[in-house]
Design a protein around this ligand. Structure first.
Ligand code: IPE
Ligand code: IPE
Ligand code: MG
Length: 241
């Protein structure tokens, strides 16, 4: 499908998928019911993104601070991730969606790590949309990690640092976020993509993540195109007539 937006530059959108627990509690349901409904919202969002001109979608699924939650909730979230990957990988392959992950893997179970690797390998050829799921992710830890590796390896400058943050020395730079969306009504970053969001347009919506869908993503992208990004410079002069 052709993009709804005619702007030629594909977008990197990042989403803090928040509000699952409150959405479930408001219905008298356990928090895990909210997480299950959240997995459906994830599916809808991934499906809608390419036609809205989004080529990279980075999704916050589990923060390093989320380990503080009760072990039953953590276990349910990990099971959902595994089920999501098992169910969705073949659909992603069919739809040209590449799946990748951000965050630490050393605290994840072997079966989650295996599911992650298998999804990454199976979808490596996808070139329509790059979905990156952040699991056991902390931006501050990612920054410290990159700085530690760079200190041992050579000169620290923005360019090298951005490559180190993406995990390599000569590879791509960490992808700058164009549009950061947070659902659930809170207006904070909660340790997500702190470097990459330096000039991101921030979009906060009261919609709880389980209710988020294509129309909400479209509203966020439309709002993005109404904003003027100046990067510290001046507004563009209107073209002389
Ligand atoms: C987001 O929803 C999912 C995760 C953080 C894993 P929450 O579980 O934080 O839901 P609320 O914010 O408590 O409603
Ligand atoms: C951020 O949400 C993490 C994810 C959405 C995965 P939280 O619910 O954990 O953030 P805080 O605690 O409200 O800042
Ligand atoms: Mg929350």
């Amino acid at each position: 499908m052709k993009s709804t937006f005619s702007n030629p530059k594909p977008l990197h959108a990042a989403i803090i998928m928040d509000g699952n627990g409150r959405w479930a509690a408001a219905r008298g349901w356990p928090r895990t019911a909210g997480h299950r409904a959240g997995a459906d919202a994830l599916r809808r969002t991934v499906e809608a993104a390419p036609s809205l001109g989004v080529s990279m979608l980075t999704l916050y699924a589990f923060s390093s601070d989320n380990w503080k939650r009760p072990s039953a909730e953590v276990g349910a979230l990990m099971n959902l991730l595994q089920t999501y990957l098992h169910k969705e990988t073949s659909r992603c392959v069919e739809n040209g969606v590449r799946i990748g992950f951000l965050g630490r893997r050393d605290r994840l179970s072997l079966s989650i790590c295996a599911a992650i690797e298998s999804a990454e390998n199976a979808t490596a050829g996808g070139d329509r949309l790059h979905v990156r799921i952040a699991v056991d992710y902390s931006a501050r830890d990612a920054i410290l990690d990159a700085a530690t590796r760079l200190r041992a390896a050579g000169e620290i400058n923005r360019e090298n640092f951005a490559r180190a943050l993406a995990g390599g020395r000569d590879g791509p730079r960490a992808a700058e976020v164009d549009l950061l969306i947070r659902t659930g009504g809170e207006q904070r970053l909660s340790d997500f993509l702190l470097w990459e969001c330096a000039y991101a347009e921030l979009y906060f919506t009261p919609v709880m993540w389980p209710e988020f869908g294509a129309a909400d993503l479209e509203a966020a992208v439309s709002e993005y195109y109404r904003r003027e990004r100046r990067f510290g410079g001046l507004a563009l002069e209107p073209a002389a007539s």
